[in-house]
Design a protein around this ligand. Structure first.
Ligand SMILES: [Zn+2]
Length: 111
């Protein structure tokens, strides 16, 4: 057992997007696959336009040893997640087809 992993094993940015909903979707999928994914910059993305776009990207990171597994999860997600987005009735936010509730306000999707 490796109880003291080297300090240089920094998290790998496996996914980044200006679309926070997408980043949430990837993050959720990775967690469901039992990978230790972390969502970064989630609170900064809505500020797009006020700060440089590169700083506004939401990023999903995983441990280096999980990189390959995470890429497989994301590839599967992209393959199946090509459905239509839906717009929330309450806040108007666009949500990926696979979301059942609005990521922003939590309202259930009414088709
Ligand atoms: Zn909403």
């Amino acid at each position: 057992m490796d109880r003291n992993p080297p300090l240089d094993r920094k998290p790998v940015v496996i996914f980044s997007s200006l679309n926070l909903a997408e980043a949430h979707l990837v993050h959720q999928a990775l967690r469901q696959a039992r990978l230790k994914a972390t969502l970064r910059n989630a609170l900064r993305a809505p500020l797009m336009g006020e700060i440089p776009a590169d700083d506004a990207r939401a990023e999903v990171t995983v441990a280096p040893e999980d990189e390959a597994a995470a890429q497989a999860v994301i590839a599967a997600l992209e393959a199946q997640g090509q459905g239509d987005e839906w717009a929330c009735r309450d806040c108007g936010e666009a949500n990926p087809a696979s979301f059942e509730i609005c990521w922003q306000c939590g309202r259930a999707h009414v088709p």
